[in-house]
Design a protein around this ligand. Structure first.
Ligand SMILES: *Cc1c(COP(=O)(O)O)cnc(C)c1O
Length: 232
């Protein structure tokens, strides 16, 4: 099977999973968008995805994302930055990312604002909220208690657009209970920020649970592109 056939087959299966999960959750399939996570995979795979109608791709490391976005600039894709972001890279990320989903501290805001401004382009922002137990060693994402301060900082940055929340289910907890907690956090958040309704949650292994709990975008890598090379 050619690489294009393999990706096409996997993509069809993932789209079917999303449609089935929407049906089970009594949601319209139009409510759930797909970002294909292309980290570790070559630009040639991104081209195949674009040919298959994928519009949104996700990357988690700045250098790789920057190179791939430049190589694929002709494809008109929306680039989502979904990885841990160092503040000294924020300006650069905002020059190619259309959406930054991993904003987890106010320190990132001025750099993103500057990069977006330089490019004369609004950058959409999702706040990554931590679902780890409070006091956990390595939290990825903002503590839910600090969400509103972070949201205010983003709203004050004229080149950024606050669109919603992003989360990853923590290891060591079933996705259902983690995403149920996320749904509560999100309901409280949307009550205060009524236009920030997006919820990016769910990956290859847990997209059904995320859709059950209100995800509007799933981020799927390996189920479409296959296993990633192992890195240490
Ligand atoms: C890698 C990654 C994904 C995709 O994971 P898969 O299990 O391959 O679908 C989704 N979200 C984030 C934040 C990631 O880093």
């Amino acid at each position: 099977m050619s690489r294009a056939d393999e990706i096409a087959t996997n993509l069809t299966a993932v789209r079917r999973r999303i449609a089935d999960a929407c049906e089970t959750a009594r949601r319209s399939p139009d409510e759930v968008a797909l970002t294909v996570v292309t980290k570790f995979f070559p630009a040639s795979d991104v081209r195949i995805l674009a040919d298959l109608g994928v519009t949104d791709v996700g990357e988690n490391r700045h250098q790789e994302a920057s190179d791939k976005a430049a190589e694929c600039a002709d494809l008109g894709l929306r680039w989502h930055f979904i990885g841990g972001l160092q503040s000294n890279k924020a300006v650069a990320v905002a020059t190619y990312a259309d959406v930054v989903e991993s904003v987890d501290r106010t320190k990132l805001v001025s750099g993103l604002q500057r990069g977006a401004h330089e490019r004369s382009h609004h950058v959409e922002v999702l706040l990554q909220v931590s679902l780890d137990p409070s006091g956990a060693e390595q939290r990825s994402g903002v503590d839910p208690a600090d969400l509103s301060a972070l949201a205010s900082a983003v709203e004050q940055a004229g080149a950024l657009r606050l669109r919603g929340l992003m989360a990853v289910a923590p290891l060591g907890e079933g996705p259902d209970s983690a995403f149920a907690r996320l749904a509560e956090i999100r309901a409280a958040f949307v009550a205060v920020h009524p236009s920030a309704t997006e919820l990016s949650a769910g990956m290859s292994g847990d997209l059904e649970a995320a859709i059950r709990h209100g995800a509007t975008r799933v981020r799927v890598g390996s189920a479409v592109l296959g296993p990633r090379p192992v890195v240490q």
